[in-house]
Design a binder for this molecule. Structure first.
Ligand code: KMH
Ligand code: ZN
Length: 274
């Protein structure tokens, strides 16, 4: 079976220090969390950035500052910035990190409720616009799908030339407004992507580790991190993103799955090194 790529979603846009004091806001904290995840076995860092007070931002300068600082410490890691940003941001605001030299970025493939009054808006035209930008810039999109309909959307837009094969999906499961995180939800998504695609699974909250286990068994890849879940086990806060990654590494070892290095991940995802 292919080596296991572990992505660490270290920061997110919504999770706060009130949820877990180790959630990073400053550049130094973001570097600390990226390094802890990498040292534990992550080869990809899914990056959101914040201002020092925790406010989410897609500011190009802040992204550059964080990426440069991470790369100074762990030069070979793959950085996968968010183009989702936070609910309510404009398309052009969200796209700012694609102006930097990056290998991958998220491409959210549909609109969904995001808890309370929040709606995470990704119209068909937004997805086309983001897809074209990534093709022009040679950025491999991670197709974030929060529901089955978003796989359909991605495949429809691929036929129109806005997204190129081979596809790499991220099944984000258990969002309050998206698909659930049970086995049947997983098999439904997993059975709905074209042959030759890769996928990773990001289980929200209590779904994080059960879904990681299913993906390890199935030959998929895994995303963990504070963006999705702040607990190491029921009622026990993780001290770092590295602790969450280390738990996945232990699970993979028990199941005989080797862990991918960043260069293994580049080969599996078909991306060229910067
Ligand atoms: N913060 C969410 C509204 C992504 O990174 O592309 C969107 C998100 C998805 O986190
Ligand atoms: Zn994200």
């Amino acid at each position: 079976m292919e080596k296991l790529i572990i992505t660490a979603a270290i920061c997110g846009a919504e999770v706060l220090k009130e949820h877990n004091p180790a959630v990073p806001y400053t550049v130094e904290e973001i570097v600390r969390e990226a390094k802890s995840a990498y040292d534990a076995g992550a080869s990809v860092i899914h990056l959101h950035v914040r201002w020092d007070d925790g406010t989410p931002t897609q500011d190009k300068g802040r992204f550059k500052e964080c990426i440069d600082a991470i790369k100074a410490v762990i030069p070979d890691v793959i950085i996968l910035p968010s183009t989702g940003g936070a609910v309510g941001m404009t398309d052009d605001e969200r796209l700012q990190p694609t102006e930097l030299d990056i290998e991958m970025a998220t491409l959210d493939c549909g609109t969904c409720n995001f808890g309370g009054d929040d709606v995470f808006t990704n119209t068909e035209n937004t997805i086309k616009y983001f897809g074209k930008r990534m093709i022009e810039r040679g950025i491999k999109p991670e197709l974030e799908v929060f529901d089955k309909s978003m796989i359909e959307m991605a495949l429809r837009l691929a036929k129109k030339g806005s997204i190129n094969a081979p596809f790499h999906f991220d099944f984000v499961m258990g969002v309050n407004g998206g698909i659930g995180g049970d086995i049947r939800d997983f098999t439904f998504l997993r059975g709905s992507i074209p042959a030759g695609s890769t996928y990773t699974v990001a289980g929200i909250g209590r779904y994080e580790f059960p879904l990681a286990m299913l993906s390890i068994i199935d030959g998929g890849h895994v995303r963990v991190g504070f963006e999705d879940n702040v607990y190491l086990s029921k009622g026990v806060l993780a001290k770092s993103n590295g602790e969450l990654v280390a738990k996945v590494v232990r699970m993979a070892k028990e199941l005989g799955r080797e862990i991918a290095t960043p260069d293994d991940a580049r080969q599996i995802y078909g991306i060229k090194k910067q």
